[in-house]
Structures are given as C-alpha cells and as structure tokens.
Design a protein around this ligand. Structure first.
Ligand SMILES: NC(=O)NC(NC(N)=O)C(=O)[O-]
Length: 338
C-alpha cells in the first residue's frame, strides 16, 4: 500500500485508517465517558466504526437525525465538550475530526486536551493541551497532526462553540506492557493491544488488514480481512510488524465466518528488518510450510512450525489463492525473556 503524494484529505484519512491504530476504537475498548450536551445526536456515535451516513428523510422528536454527536445551538458564550477514554494508554500522533454530513451545523474550530492517568478524570483534573484551537471544515475528514506525539489515556475534545462531529479517530501507537505478564509467559506480539500492527497487504477490497489483529474472535464476516476474487493468478498476503523481536512458538489462523470464501491453504514467512515495512530485498524465511485451511474454524500451528530458534520482527501470512481470514495470532517470547 504506497502513499499517494497527491493525496486528498479523504485519501489521506483513508490511508491512516488502513495503516495506523485508532486508540479510541470501540473494538479495542475505547469509550465516550461524558459530554456537555448531546441534544440532537448521541455522543456514543463518535466512536462508531462505520462511515457516517446522511438520511434526508429521517427526523427524531428533537430535530434532524444525524449520524454523529451534535449539541444544541449555544447562546451563552460557552463551548461544548466530550471526554473519550482511549482503549489503552498510547502515543497519540494524529487526530481525525470527521464532520462528514455536518454542513450548516459543524463547529467552527476544535481544541484537544489530554491526560495520562489510570483513573477517569473529574472536575479537578488538570488537562494538558494536545492541539490548540484549530479551525475545521464542515463535511470533511479533518486531520490534525501533532507536532510531537503525546502519551495519553483520555482526550477532551472541545467544539468552539457548538455543533456536530460525525466521528473521532485518535491515531497512534501502543507499546507492549511487560509488567502485565507473568515471568516466562508467552505473548501474542502481533496483537494490536500488544503493539503489533499490519503494515502492508496485497489487497483489502472487502475489509481491513488491521481487523486480523483485534482482540477476541470476529463478530461477523466484515470483522476480518477479506480480499477480492483473484482472476489473474498469484496469491494474497499481508505483513505484520510484531511489537518486539519475537521467538515464535505458535501461530493461529482463524477463518471464523468465512465459509464460502476461506483460503484453500496458507504459508507463513518471517524476517528481521529495521524498517517499518520490509522492502523487496528482505530475506524472508518460511516458518510454516503449506497448510490446508478449513471453513469457519481456528487453526493452531505448533508442531508444524520451522526455524523457530530465530528472532523475528515481521511475519507474512500468505493465503492461496485469495479469500478471508478473521484473526491471526503470533505467540512467542520477547527477546531476552526466555
Ligand atoms: N437542520 C438541522 O440540522 N438543524 C439543527 N440540527 C438538527 N440535528 O436538527 C441545527 O440547528 O443545527
């Protein structure tokens, strides 16, 4: 997935959504804690995974139904705000303030603040500035890139002065927290919650490669990675950057919900690379030779693994020829932990 240098705000936002981790994602455990006012449209909509829609005919008892968070028109000179608890304390890099479909009712500007705390904020909490007053456009996926990443657990978004925002996405990175593990306990270093991240794939026509690394099992077929039907030969693949240098002991390939479209078989390779995304010169080593896959089930590969004595930074899942996989787990030991 190459970055298009002529990117529009829309394609830039889409690229972030495909390649970065949204620390506020509800699928990871992000939540909306409170807000000053959500008279027209509920605060919880801010974290919906779906793209916002506009239904011209749909009205509620309060006014126009809107797919987002929307407050009343303020007449008191104050501002509206909402507080988000991130799924995990992480390093925040870019915030997307998506005002799609809010045309005559978007805020003029927003301000963002943060804290890094194990407990939820209260009235006495001292918030720190993340991004000072920034103008936002109506009906746009506004991207606010921070000058410096900030470690945050909670975000306060202020609309100046009022209005509606469809979605909020907080892009950043997660680090593996070793203190949460017992000594000698293996860990899934591909899991998003442990700092793993999908960095590249051949195709993600139906659903995102990041879904493969989400917690728990997939809720439906969309909650996985699915490619289009291949007509020109070849095969599909995706690359995960593990959170730490890992000695791999077990891998899992879960085809849950993929019944008429699971891949016929798979192989897995691994490499060691200092780059975020390994290039064409990377030496990949096969760690799992060809294995038959089956519909709608989790496959655990333990004894079938090869070259497991080495330490790896990246893993490539090859699926033949195409299809869908719900989850992918890479369980092993962090270098120096054995
Ligand atoms: N047509 C509207 O959207 N009006 C109002 N908003 C809603 N949701 O009804 C407003 O005042 O912003």
């Amino acid at each position: 997935m190459k970055v298009d240098l002529e990117q529009t705000p829309e394609s830039q936002a889409e690229h972030l959504a495909q390649t970065r981790i949204n620390l506020a994602a509800r699928a990871l455990g992000g939540d909306v804690l409170s807000c000053s006012d959500d008279f027209f449209a509920e605060k919880d909509n801010l974290l919906l995974a779906s793209d916002p829609v506009f239904l011209p005919e749909k009205f509620t008892a309060y006014g126009k139904w809107m797919d987002g968070w929307e407050s009343r028109r303020r007449r008191d000179g104050k501002n509206d705000w909402v507080i988000i608890r991130l799924a995990v304390t992480g390093s925040v890099e870019t915030i997307e303030v998506d005002t799609r479909h809010f045309k005559g009712n978007a805020p003029g500007a927003v301000q963002l603040e943060y804290i890094a705390s194990d407990t939820d904020p209260d009235e006495k909490t001292l918030w720190q500035l993340l991004a000072e007053r920034t103008e936002v456009n109506p009906d746009t996926r506004n991207l606010i890139t921070l000058a410096r990443p900030a470690r945050a657990s909670h975000i306060r978004l202020t609309m100046i002065p009022d209005g509606g925002i469809a979605r909020l996405r907080v892009y950043g990175s997660i680090e593996l927290e070793s203190q949460n593990r017992l000594p000698g306990e293996p860990v899934d270093t591909a899991a998003i919650m442990n700092g793993g991240r999908s960095v590249d794939c051949s195709d993600s026509f139906f659903s995102s490669m990041q879904n493969l690394l989400l917690p728990g099992r997939g809720v439906d077929m969309h909650d996985g990675w699915e490619t289009r039907r291949r007509r020109q030969g070849g095969h599909d693949w995706m690359v995960v950057r593990l959170s730490v240098l890992t000695q791999i002991k077990r891998v899992e390939v879960d085809t849950l919900h993929f019944k008429g479209n699971y891949p016929d078989h798979c192989t897995i390779e691994a490499c060691r690379s200092a780059d975020e995304q390994p290039d064409d010169n990377t030496q990949w080593v096969t760690i799992l030779p060809e294995q038959k896959l089956h519909a709608h089930r989790n496959h655990t590969f333990l004894k079938e693994l090869e070259n497991t004595g080495q330490l790896y930074t990246h893993v490539r899942l090859n699926i033949f020829p195409d299809g869908g996989v719900s989850r992918f787990r890479v369980i092993g030991y962090e270098a120096g932990q054995l």
